[in-house]
Ligand binder design. Structure first.
Ligand code: ATP
Ligand code: MG
Length: 459
């Protein structure tokens, strides 16, 4: 809409404005008295412009929103096409999509209707004024006070002026339409992120050590009534390997989200190397952390492009080393174009475990002081998991790491295990300490290792 406004409407408006001014000047010079009639018509056209213009603007915004909703729906359905088909949801989705198309269509029709009224009424007003003027002029010619030649010249000017006004009214409709669309755009551009670095930044000593302190953290997701984290106190030494375990929904991923400052806690502070992360530059904070998220997210582009998310300047050697460490080199080399193989939107052309290993390699390439692994090996088979685990154990030396795992076998060797439940830290210690002290941990261990394993020792 903005393109058509700036591409053609503006030039049309300028041309017609010049024509209008020229015609009005000539009219005034030649026939001041007759001109008055046409000239009162011009301000009258402002009324429909104001009246309908506002509606055009509002409807334009609605119609823009509906078209956006349409795009969002289609994108979601296409992205989840296999789930959609597996649930035989095609007919329903077609119906929903059709409904949205109809809505978008009807709001576009409503908008066009208002714009048509605007142009129509403006035309009616201005040409009525011309008609009135013709009649008066004709009378004057019959009475002999005006020559036919003078009247013809004047009619020519009046038609130029009226045509220009009609075009300007139409352009005014376009401007309102574009203003409605731009309103939405500007709103988005003006949105202030609630997570912002302060003006006076604290600095982190380089290289970052990766010591983390969470003190009395309370956090509730927007729109939720229960706290996702409820009074968490954790101190993690630089270089310590900490595992977080606990039932689903306990708040483990949320904890990582707060460390990366995706959200600010409602109460409590997070310190990195003794500095409150709310006083740090976001890029500096996040540069110290390497995240492997629970849902590994890849982007369209090649394997190398995805790995270079971790470090845009990494050369192929470093890519290969990171891939090797994540046990990903084997399958990457087997792809048709190796590191240059495109992966499709969201990395759909890889298996779940392959995506996960790429996500690990990407985090390793960043060489972060703090490694955050959220179920990073959950999609791997036992053999690859062992390989990746060995590599990770090696890489975790000298860095702080926080590993979330449901499979306890992968974390029993951590320096410390934290047991989270319902947003609270219910126990912490090494595996053998927890077997003694924590009922919840003993229960989780019993489920996974069987009754005769570590649990038996506890009794
Ligand atoms: N974006 C969100 N908006 C609102 N609530 C959320 C959001 N993300 C998580 N929650 C809620 O916060 C709680 C903790 O979620 P979290 O993702 O931290 O759990 P988790 O311990 O990582 O679980 P899992 O082991 O299943 O990954 C859950 O009750 C969840 O429903
Ligand atoms: Mg989680």
């Amino acid at each position: 809409m903005l393109q058509s406004l700036f591409g053609s409407s503006i030039s049309m408006a300028l041309r017609n404005l010049v024509m209008l001014i020229g015609a009005v000047v000539l009219m005034l010079i030649t026939q001041p008295w007759l001109s008055a009639m046409v000239l009162i018509g011009i301000p009258t056209t402002l009324l429909p412009i104001v009246w309908y213009g506002r509606r055009v603007r509002r409807l334009s915004r609605t119609s823009q929103d509906r078209v956006a909703e349409l795009g969002r729906y289609a994108e979601e359905a296409l992205r989840g096409i296999q789930t959609l088909q597996a649930f035989s949801h095609e007919a329903q989705d077609k119906r929903h999509y059709r409904q949205r198309v109809e809505q978008a269509f009807s709001s576009a029709v409503a908008r066009t209707l208002q714009r048509a009224w605007l142009t129509g009424i403006a035309l009616l007003v201005i040409f009525s004024a011309v008609g009135l003027m013709l009649w008066q002029g004709g009378q004057a010619v019959l009475a002999g006070t005006l020559s036919p030649g003078e009247l013809s010249a004047f009619i020519f000017y009046a038609i130029l002026a009226a045509g220009a006004v009609a075009t300007l009214a139409e352009v005014a409709g376009d401007v309102q339409r574009a203003a409605g669309a731009a309103e939405r755009l500007l709103e988005l551009l003006d949105t202030q992120p609630s997570i912002q670095a302060p003006k006076a930044l604290a600095t982190l000593k380089q290289p970052a050590q990766g010591a983390l302190t969470l003190s009395n953290i309370h956090f509730t997701y927007p729109g939720r009534t229960f706290a996702a984290l409820d009074g968490i106190d954790i101190t993690i030494q630089a270089g310590e390997q900490v595992a977080v375990v606990g039932p689903s929904g306990a708040g483990k991923s949320t904890l990582l989200g707060l460390l990366l400052r995706f959200y600010d806690p409602a109460a409590g502070r997070v310190l990195l190397d003794g500095v409150d992360i709310r006083t740090l530059d976001l890029n500096q904070l996040r540069a110290t952390m390497g995240l492997v998220a629970q849902e590994p997210v890849l982007f369209s582009g090649s394997v190398a492009d995805n790995l270079r998310y971790g470090d845009p300047n990494a050369n192929l050697d470093r890519l290969r080393r990171a891939a090797q460490d994540a046990s990903a080199l084997g399958f990457i080399d087997a792809l048709p174009n190796g590191f240059d193989t495109p992966l499709g939107p969201g990395g759909v052309q890889l298996s779940g475990g392959q995506r996960q290993r790429l996500a690990i390699a990407r985090a390793l390439l960043k060489n972060p002081a703090v490694l955050l692994l959220d179920e990073a090996t959950s999609a791997l088979d036992a053999e690859s998991e062992r390989l990746v685990q060995q590599a990770l154990d090696r890489l975790m030396q000298g860095r702080t790491s926080i590993v979330i795992a449901h499979r306890l076998a992968t974390v029993v060797n951590a320096d410390r295990l934290l047991v989270l439940k319902d947003g609270q830290l219910v126990a912490s210690g090494t595996h053998s300490e927890l077997i003694q002290s924590s009922n919840l941990y003993r229960h989780l261990a019993a489920l996974q290792f069987g009754a005769e394993a570590p649990v038996a020792q506890a009794h």
